[in-house]
Design a protein around this ligand. Structure first.
Ligand code: AMP
Length: 611
């Protein structure tokens, strides 16, 4: 049995049980009365914000009912409200979108014009986010008892922040949350009892943060009952870090010291409170880590672990085999679905298979609407969602309780912070209902073709980047005949691979440095989230171009047609995932080149005057 955490303020089992019961009852109540709650949420948002410029401009005239709202207010994307957001960022404090002061901007991993989208938020939204977090462990404890008797080893990080010209902070939502008192000053709770001291999570240097969190996790290895990170990619990064740094970590554990590279004083002090010289533990870790195989390393080093808590839905599903390998098939648990715009919902059956995960939207979080999505017929089965909606399409949006089982929808939110009928960009499928509230499978994010970590690259961005790169081929009288791409997660970190088929008219051979320049130009042309992943988080490896033999893309077409694609409608896919197609491309690769260095990246936006 794992050792109980040594904390004198430990609540009694009875009070914890009572708290869990109350939380589960809350979920019962809001899902049973989902429509009533949604109506109230919309009324509340609209009555508070009746005088804001955006609602007045559209002529809502203080109405708070759904019908008028739906008739008058357009369904929008980020680009539609960007001028308003820019005004706020530039210092206009009048009530433009929201009657409450905008406390900061949350920088989304979704981009617009190559830069992170800026989501306005207000102070009270932190309370809503905390509420969603507070639902997770009571749900989990129904399926895995005793989680209060040990700790969670979670690798959590903050990212750099910037200031808008008006001085508002712009940072990712999790950075905002970890830095808030809701997280930092949380009262003792056995469910938020982590192996990482706050100081290690809040350390801005990613190496020091990871090193100290890993050190603390190893020292408390017997107490650990669950491990995780936000996304699967982040957890795999932690394992990779351990693979590289275990000798140094063992040295510290053996001697009870903290390596000199950890210079952050609060981090050193926090770690020293946990660390004690433990040669036996160091021997044990050394023995495990120096074995040839790292299969099951999680369960070997943290033997009481019951599950791995990471998001493996959406593009993160590409990491499931790697996680299964390292964890010896422990349950992979996806607990929640959230975004910078708003936190959405929780998984009420956390031990289900990753492919069956569904999220129950919590009706108090925001007002939700759903735009039906249609699949194109044919092999591609691609999702078609119009970019801007005509009046008829705007009327097709349905309310939370009116979605149909099996149907796919794009999520549209109206938030307390001033987004009205905003298209989040996620496609969801109704998998079932919890009382009256629907449960959704996450299907995909619209248009994203490539993703390794939190980067999301769409086809247009890729096309633009490739176009910039092929300029390097002009002096050689070579052109790009065809290309496609692949997110290769077999390497750690994963990286983008582009397959290029060239038409060579010139006689001068193209030197490798030219292809390397092409790789770098593509990286320089990709959005800021990609470049941050390359430069700052090192969560994405150097981009690779593989040159394939002439005729490869004809073979690709033949293969697609053999699977049923129509010759007339066939278009080269700009991204491939299907293993046999990737194999076909790899078998015809004649050379391969990598980006020789990192692209440029700076926090904030180009146009902001950074100090
Ligand atoms: P961000 O705006 O950077 O916070 O990213 C939010 C986006 O991440 C969402 O709109 C989804 O596309 C994706 N996301 C968040 N949670 C999940 C989840 N549980 N499963 C799949 N994708 C998710």
């Amino acid at each position: 049995m794992p050792e109980a955490p040594k904390n004198t303020q430990k609540p009694t089992d009875y009070s914890l049980e009572l708290k869990n019961k109350k939380t589960l009852q809350f979920i019962e109540d809001v899902t049973s009365n989902a429509d009533g709650v949604q109506k109230k949420v919309l009324e509340e948002i609209l009555s508070r914000n009746a005088h804001v410029e955006y609602l007045q401009r559209h002529g809502l005239n203080g109405h708070t009912d759904r019908e008028t709202f739906k008739k008058v207010m357009p369904v929008i994307t980020y680009e539609d409200i960007q001028p308003h957001i820019d005004r706020i960022a530039n210092g206009d404090t009048s009530p433009i979108l929201c009657s409450k002061p905008i406390s900061e901007f949350l920088t989304s991993s979704g981009t617009s014009g190559g830069e992170r989208k800026l989501m306005p938020t207000i102070e009270e939204e932190l309370g809503r986010r905390s509420l969603l977090y507070s639902l997770l462990m009571p749900v989990m404890s129904q399926f895995v008892p005793g989680l209060d008797k040990g700790k969670g080893m979670y690798f959590l990080f903050i990212k750099s922040e910037a200031k808008t010209p008006s001085g508002l902070v712009a940072r990712p939502v999790l950075t905002s949350y970890y830095k808030s008192s809701h997280f930092k000053d949380r009262p003792y709770d056995p469910y938020t009892n982590y192996t990482s001291p706050n100081e290690t999570i809040l350390c801005p240097d990613s190496y020091q943060s990871m090193y100290s969190q890993m050190l603390c996790g190893l020292c408390q290895h017997k107490e650990v009952l669950r491990v995780g990170a936000v996304f699967a990619s982040g957890f795999i990064r932690a394992i990779r870090f351990l693979e590289k740094h275990w000798p140094l970590l063992c040295k510290d554990i053996r001697a009870g010291t903290v390596d000199a590279q950890i210079t952050d004083q609060p981090v050193r002090e926090a770690v020293m409170k946990i660390l004690k010289p433990d040669p036996k533990l160091a021997d044990f870790i050394e023995a495990e880590c120096s074995k040839d195989s790292w299969q099951g390393i999680i369960t070997r080093l943290w033997p009481n672990t019951k599950y791995v808590d990471v998001i493996v839905t959406g593009t993160m599903s590409q990491y499931i085999p790697t996680l299964d390998y390292y964890s010896n098939g422990l349950p992979l648990v996806c607990t929640m679905y959230a975004s910078s715009e708003c936190y959405f919902g929780v998984n009420l059956k956390p031990l289900c298979k990753p492919s069956e995960v569904s999220y129950t939207l919590i009706p108090t979080m925001a007002y939700f609407e759903f735009l039906p999505v249609h699949r194109n017929n044919g092999v591609t089965n691609s999702i078609s969602v119009p970019k801007s909606l005509n009046e008829k399409e705007q009327q097709q949006l349905v309310d939370l309780v009116d979605v149909k089982l099996g149907q796919e929808y794009e999520l549209v939110v109206t938030t307390y912070a001033g987004l009205y009928r905003y298209r989040v960009g996620d496609v969801l499928r109704v998998a079932g209902f919890k009382n009256k509230a629907p449960q959704f499978n996450f299907i995909c994010r619209k248009n994203v073709v490539l993703s390794i970590d939190s980067d999301k690259t769409d086809e247009v961005e890729l096309q633009h980047a490739v176009k910039n790169a092929v300029n390097h081929l002009l002096p050689f009288d070579a052109t790009l005949a065809e290309y496609t791409s692949y997110a290769d997660t077999t390497t750690i970190p994963g990286h983008y691979v582009l397959y290029w088929e060239l038409s060579l008219n010139g006689t001068t051979p193209i030197p490798p440095s030219v292809f390397e320049d092409c790789c770098l130009t593509i990286e320089e042309s990709l959005n800021s989230v990609y470049r941050q992943g390359r430069v700052c988080d090192k969560s994405i490896g150097p981009l690779e171009i593989k040159i394939v033999e002439p005729g490869t893309f004809d073979k690709l077409m033949d293969y697609a047609i053999s699977l049923g694609a129509s010759i007339n409608q066939y278009k080269t896919p700009r991204c491939v995932k299907f293993a046999p197609i990737v194999e076909l491309l790899n078998s015809r690769a004649v050379s391969s080149y990598f980006s020789p260095k990192c692209p440029k990246w700076l926090p904030g936006r180009k146009q902001w005057n950074m100090n």
